[in-house]
Each structure stands twice: as C-alpha cells, then as structure tokens.
Design a protein around this ligand. Structure first.
Ligand code: ADP
Length: 406
C-alpha cells in the first residue's frame, strides 16, 4: 500500500489529504468549509506544482451537504489531475473522534464497525455523526476502496483506572460508560514517537509530557510509551483552555446555570463549546489575534492569556508528579508550534526543576527542534504534528496485516 486518501470530516467542513506512505509525502490536499451555509468554499491543492494554475483550484458556492461538497471537490481534483483515481489511491483513512471502550486501535470499516461508531454518537454528538458522514459519502463517491477508521481516543486506552475513572457513583458510571477517554490521541502518539526519535532515546524508556495546543488543546503524560494521563475526558471539553472551550470548570457551575439561572442544556452546551475559552474571555477565537492584543496591553486579552498559562502550568506540574521523572516536554499544533512566548511562560517557573529553555532556539527556527539548553535536565522540543501522516500509516498497517492487499 502506498497511496492513501485521509479524510477528516467535521460538521460543516471536510479536510482531505492524499499521501504517499512510501515516501511520506503529501501529493494533494483539499479544504472545504461552511458546508450547509449559503456560501461555502473549496480549495484543492496539488503539492509540488510551480505554476499557480496547476497548483490550485477553488470554488465558492452553496454546498448543501457533505456529498455535494465532496463531489465538487473531486471535480476540481480531476481538473488538477489529482483525483484519487488519477493518483492510484488504494485506501481511505478516516479520523473518527470517539472510539469509546470498543476501539483501541485503527480498524477496517465494516458494517459492524459503522454500527458501533453510530452507537457512540451519544457520547460524541458533535463529532461522530460528522465522521460517519465522511465515511458514507466517500464510499458512495469513491466505490471499491477499503476504509479505515482511526480513533482520537485510541492511544489513551492504556490510561490506568486511577486516571480514567470519574469519582462518581460506580453504577451510574458503569451503566453509561462514563469515564475519561482522552482525545487528540493520534497527535500525542505521533509527536511522542518523534520526540523519542529526535532525542535518540528508546520510546519505551522515555517519560514525557506532550502539549497539543491548537484550537482544541490537550496535554498528556506518557510513561515509557504508555499514556498514563491526559487532560480531555468523556468529551473534548475537559482540561486546558481552548479557542472556544473552557477546559476544566466546576461541574456545580453547570447545575447552577440550569437550575438557578434558567439556561437550557442546549444553551449550556453552546456556552461551553462555542462561547468560552479565548472567545469567551476576550472575544478572540484565534491565538494570533489574542497575542496582538496582549502586546497592545488590552486587559481582556491579557487576562485570557494569563488563564491559559496558569492552566498549562497546573497540568505540567501535575503530570510531572504523576510521572516522577520527565525526560521531555514537547509542544505541538498551531499554537504550540508558533507561539514562543507561550512556551517560555508555560515553563518559566520550572527553572528550579532543571528546565532551561534556550531563548534563541525558542524564538527562531522552524520544524522539529530542541529548544532547551544542553544543560537542561529535561529536553524541551517543538514537533509539528502530522495527524494525516499518522492516519495514512495506520491504514497501511491495518490493511497490510490483512495480507490480501498490495
Ligand atoms: P485545530 O487543528 O485544532 O483547528 P491548529 O493546530 O491548526 O488547530 O491551531 C490553530 C490555532 O493556532 C489558532 O488559534 C491559530 O491562531 C494558531 N496559530 C497558527 N499559526 C500561528 C502563528 N503563526 N502565531 C500564533 N498563532 C498561530
């Protein structure tokens, strides 16, 4: 297997990428946004083309559903000669957010798998239905190819019971599978492997903390290759402060809003999923905008930034205590890779624990790199995440193991 189409299907978006897994390079990509709205956008890109005409096709129109959006994307891809058929794509890998207790590892999609993913919609109503839609429209429009589901929760199936158990009535928790599952697992797994490789350390001997800071944000503690804690829980709301989500809040706050302040559960859901985090605190959804306003000294932006840093420190310190010893701390995703000041501030209080960032290496440079000083007791790294590549590799493994495909 060498060519894989990776699909990340969201409620109103589709991200596609075609990768060659033998060379680990991306051949083409596409982004569809605002599906179901009056004006949606599609951009299809062919990698490595010099001439702009050969490199990109875009469209702006109404795409009423995922099927219409994918159909139009494939037309544009055909114009650029990067239609999955042109490129000899042999399998399709899908990001599926919630794998529940059933899925510990990537699997080939069968009718039974689809049913199980559908059953998990109750635990991930914002994500799993959109992921399933991606699987179904791809099967309709690109028939005859195997599909593999790669679960965001998979890497965290090793969490010890002490880390994944909510301290609530056991029966209630057991009846409804209420536990901490963790998300962004594909990224934490990929980045933690790269960290060990870059340090030349065996993966199963390194204790590390990975900080995935994007629009969604999560931290993980990994002991000798095994995830032992992570900041997201039953849903991707728990943990760090995010673009539009609050991370940890007192559950009593939700009861208060519903019982004493008259909010409906749907209103609380909107508050927590869309009107919290940077958006809620500073009306800044984007970290770039937030930092510009922090630099300008705007009070609400400064407070939002301080809350982000405080929460990060709390998790880093907590995970250190759980791990006992830490060999590496790695930053990844849009914010983690691009905001040196946040990296420095998150670790600023750890000098007495032997964490020493090299300001020069932190400020400059790009790509995978070590940003701690040679004398730092703990290596600090920046490792760009590559969930598409990780999903494509997982497809190879799953289908290669079946023995009947090339
Ligand atoms: P997701 O995959 O969760 O949508 P990303 O990993 O792409 O998120 O991260 C998006 C976030 O990264 C946004 O808040 C964006 O502002 C931030 N970001 C990306 N590039 C930069 C940059 N150069 N400087 C500051 N923030 C950045």
């Amino acid at each position: 297997m060498t060519r894989v189409l990776v699909i990340n299907s969201g409620s109103s978006s589709l991200k596609l990428s075609i990768l060659d897994t033998s060379t680990e390079t991306e051949m083409a990509s596409a982004l569809v946004e605002r599906i179901g709205e009056p004006v949606g956008t599609i951009a299809v890109r062919r990698a490595g083309a010099d001439d702009r005409d050969e490199a990109e096709r875009t469209d702006e129109a109404e795409f009423p559903d995922h099927s219409a959006a994918l159909a139009r994307t494939l037309e544009l891809a055909a114009e650029l000669e990067v239609h999955p058929t042109d490129l000899g794509v042999q399998a399709i890998g899908h990001r599926v957010v919630h794998g529940g207790k059933a899925f510990h590892a990537p699997v080939e999609v069968t009718p039974e798998v689809e049913q199980d993913v559908e059953k998990l919609e109750i635990l991930a109503p914002l994500h799993n239905p959109a992921n399933l839609r991606g699987i179904r429209v791809a099967r309709d429009l690109l028939p005859g190819l195997p599909h593999v589901a790669v679960f965001d929760t998979g890497f965290f199936h090793t969490l010890p019971a002490a880390a994944h158990t909510y301290a609530i009535d056991r029966e209630v928790a057991d009846d409804w599978d209420l536990r901490r599952y963790g998300f962004h697992g594909t990224s934490h797994e990929y980045v933690s492997h790269r960290t060990a490789d870059l340090l030349g350390r065996p993966y199963d001997e390194l204790h590390q903390i990975v900080l995935h800071l994007g629009n969604g944000a999560s931290a993980s503690a990994i002991a000798g290759g095994r995830a032992v804690d992570t900041s997201m829980g039953l849903t991707p709301l728990e943990g760090l402060v995010m673009g539009t989500r609050p991370g940890d809040v007192d559950p009593g706050l939700l009861i208060h809003l519903i019982r004493d302040r008259g909010m409906t559960p749907d209103e609380v859901s909107t508050l927590l999923n869309r009107r919290s985090g940077l958006e809620g605190l500073a009306r800044a959804r984007d970290f770039r905008e937030l930092m510009q306003r922090v630099d300008a000294g705007e009070d609400d932006a400064v407070l939002a930034y301080d809350v982000v840093v405080h929460r990060l420190r709390r998790y880093i310190g907590g995970y250190w205590a759980i791990l006992g010893e830490v060999g590496a701390i790695t930053f990844t995703a849009g914010v983690g890779e691009n905001v040196p000041r946040l990296r420095a501030d998150a670790l600023a209080t750890l000098a007495s624990w032997g964490v020493e960032i090299d300001p020069e290496a932190n400020e400059r440079g790009s790509g995978e790199r070590i940003i701690s000083t040679p004398s730092s007791r703990v290596a600090v790294l920046v490792v760009p995440t590559d969930e598409e590549l990780a999903i494509a590799r997982a497809c190879d493994e799953v289908l290669g193991n079946t023995g009947d495909r090339g």
